[in-house]
Design a protein around this ligand. Structure first.
Ligand SMILES: Cc1cc2nc3c(=O)[nH]c(=O)nc-3n(C[C@H](O)[C@H](O)[C@H](O)COP(=O)(O)O)c2cc1C
Length: 226
């Protein structure tokens, strides 16, 4: 297999001949949310879908609990999901207009590949709490997004109030201990926005110093003061 083509800021030519770290950085930086309405066919083929699912399996998983799973929503299941979205909207707002109901239904039909990400709070080891399990699920999701990006696809995560609705829980057969985290959409990007400004390490890194939790220092200094 050749070098992957990252569709956004970096081109394959930029990445060609790069060392693994440069390649990894280019891949991560080129991932951006492409809203599901901008994700068109073709979606991943069977081999590509296998690679995307395989990427999830590389996520860190404390205790190897496999606390997360993904439920594919094929085209044949989209109408039932649309019913659930419309039902959840009407449960929240009985006065919702026909246009609002139609829009909620339409969301179920976006993107050629649609999956629900689910995490289980209780499966196996009770010592490993929901936050750890959710971190593992997030890693699995990000691995899938990055593989989709490497394969040249656009992707998005979406949430919304319907995730907690009784109708959605019933449709996806969630057990009492399972939580619907978000939908994962993957497809061919018909358009994309300019990349958003990313935070810099100074925005999210601090150092635990003797005099407190210092956020003002340059993170590159931290390493040398360890
Ligand atoms: C769990 C999760 C749920 C999300 N749900 C939505 C959503 O419902 N609608 C939306 O527009 N973006 C959603 N996003 C995407 C974020 O808005 C997006 O990642 C953020 O704006 C950063 O943009 P980027 O992904 O291009 O870096 C979600 C992201 C996460 C992690």
């Amino acid at each position: 297999m050749g070098l992957p083509v990252f569709p956004a800021q970096r081109t394959a030519a930029d990445a060609a001949g790069s060392d693994p770290a440069t390649l990894a950085a280019a891949l991560m930086q080129s991932r951006q949310t492409i809203l599901p309405r901008r994700l068109l066919a073709p979606g991943p083929d069977a081999k590509q879908f296998g690679m995307i699912l395989g990427a999830a399996a590389s996520a860190p998983d404390h205790g190897q609990l496999l606390p997360w799973r993904f439920v594919l929503v094929p085209q044949a299941g989209r109408a039932r999901l649309a019913d659930v979205f419309a039902g959840a909207l009407l449960a929240r707002d009985a006065q919702a207009s026909p246009a609002e109901i139609a829009q909620s239904r339409e969301k179920a039909h976006r993107a050629p590949l649609l999956m629900l990400a689910v995490v289980d709070a209780d499966r196996d080891d009770a010592q490993i709490d929901l936050s750890e399990r959710t971190v593992s699920a997030g890693c699995a999701i990000q691995n899938m997004l990055l593989m989709a990006t490497a394969l040249g696809f656009g992707s998005a995560l979406t949430s919304g109030k319907a995730l907690k609705s009784a109708g959605l829980r019933a449709l996806f057969g969630l057990t009492d201990s399972e939580h619907a985290l978000c939908f994962v959409s993957i497809g061919t990007a018909c358009s994309r926005k300019p990349a958003r400004l990313r935070p810099v390490p100074q925005d999210f890194v601090s150092s635990l110093c003797s005099d407190g939790n210092d956020r003002s220092a340059n993170p590159s200094d931290f390493f040398y003061s360890l």
